[in-house]
Design a protein. Structure first.
Length: 289
């Protein structure tokens, strides 16, 4: 006997996730379910599975699962899209939403046009200058600024963890960087206790950054929201750019602004629902959580 679960495919600049709510449906064997979902047609080109769950400390709890079934850290684009998901699916009528993640409590602001979400802004954390390694999961944001030598080439790197680890390398010309060579080297850099997403960033001017992203274990990809924020924060803290800066990447422009009012980095980028449906899954994926 098979069971059906409701799911939604959502896209944002840097990510493409399958969203499944556990507010009205109970699921089990979550790691295996994530693998099952990712191997189905609706999971193709997906970064993984997002579960929206009840929370005792926020409006909702978000859990992220990689396509291989392992549980992952939060993702900035996924956090923002959760806000859109719960509003447009009728799980809340609030436009100020808190989401519990492995990176801490995140705040989402929804802007509406004719009752529909037209823009999303997420407060993804307060950057804190601290010279130390970047852990995979952290409740406090840690920043580094070091020179790294990879295969004889020097890279000026900054890194910050806003729930998942990213490293930015500032280079003069993105068009000549060999990502197939330097992406894996940066990903496995001994400076970090775990593999990282590597952002290679070019400063166009003080309000404009360009970047290319090497995703750990995947290859070149669209930048995610945290990667865009990492580039902005790294550029701001090292004096390369102003507090309000556009980050240009393959998927388009992400607007970032480090607010002097509350000392937080804000990012704005679109999210959209591209498919809603039901997925037939083996019965051992449903039941008591």
């Amino acid at each position: 006997m098979n069971n059906r679960i409701h799911f939604t495919k959502m896209q944002a600049y840097g990510n493409d996730y399958v969203y499944i709510e556990t507010l009205t449906q109970e699921l089990t064997n979550l790691g295996k379910l994530a693998q099952f979902v990712s191997k189905r047609h609706f999971g193709i080109c997906s970064d993984g599975m997002i579960l929206i769950c009840p929370s005792d400390t926020a409006d909702f709890r978000m859990r992220v699962f990689n396509p291989d079934g392992t549980e992952a850290e939060m993702c900035g684009n996924a956090v923002r899209s959760v806000g859109m998901f719960v509003f447009e699916k009728g799980f809340t009528d609030k436009t100020e939403i808190t989401v519990e993640t492995l990176g801490g409590i995140k705040k989402i602001h929804l802007e509406l046009t004719k009752g529909r979400v037209s823009n999303i802004t997420a407060n993804i954390g307060e950057p804190i200058l601290e010279a130390s390694k970047v852990p995979a999961v952290t409740k406090s944001e840690r920043f580094i600024d070091k020179t790294v030598v990879l295969d004889g080439r020097k890279f000026c790197t900054t890194a910050i963890s806003l729930g998942n680890p990213h490293c930015v390398s500032f280079i003069d010309d993105l068009d000549v960087i060999d990502l197939e060579k330097y992406g894996p080297l940066m990903e496995n850099n001994a400076l970090f206790p775990n593999r990282i997403n590597a952002e290679f960033c070019q400063v166009i001017d003080r309000n404009h950054l360009r970047l290319r992203t090497w995703e750990r274990g995947t290859g070149e990809t669209l930048a995610c929201a945290t990667g865009c924020a990492t580039c902005a924060v790294g550029g701001i803290l090292t004096g390369r750019c102003d507090r309000k800066v556009q980050v240009e990447q393959i998927g388009g422009i992400t607007e970032t602004e480090w607010s002097s009012h509350d000392n937080c980095i804000y990012i704005t980028a679109p999210s959209k629902i591209v498919f809603d449906g039901e997925l037939y899954v083996p019965e051992d994926f449903t039941g008591e959580s």
